[in-house]
Design a protein around this ligand. Structure first.
Ligand SMILES: [Zn+2]
Length: 74
């Protein structure tokens, strides 16, 4: 039976730490220090001059977040 402070795999397979367990022990929260892919955002591309109209003036940037807390049913 897991307990708070134990290591548990996050949904992406990293080594995460259990920070909370529900009273019925069916739900746990794990906090993972690794980076997780969050979303892709379009950002203005300042590297290209605005006159180059054939080029898109935005580019995509991948956003990663750390220290995500996952709720996992066990
Ligand atoms: Zn993770």
């Amino acid at each position: 039976m897991p307990s708070v402070g134990d290591f548990y795999r996050c949904p992406e397979g990293h080594k995460a730490k259990i920070v909370w367990i529900s009273e019925d022990k069916k739900l746990i929260a794990v906090k993972c220090p690794q980076r997780h892919f969050s979303k892709v955002v379009k950002v203005t591309n300042h590297e290209r001059p605005a006159l180059s109209s054939r080029r898109h003036r935005t580019k995509e940037r991948e956003v990663y977040v750390r220290d995500l807390v996952f709720l996992i049913r066990i």
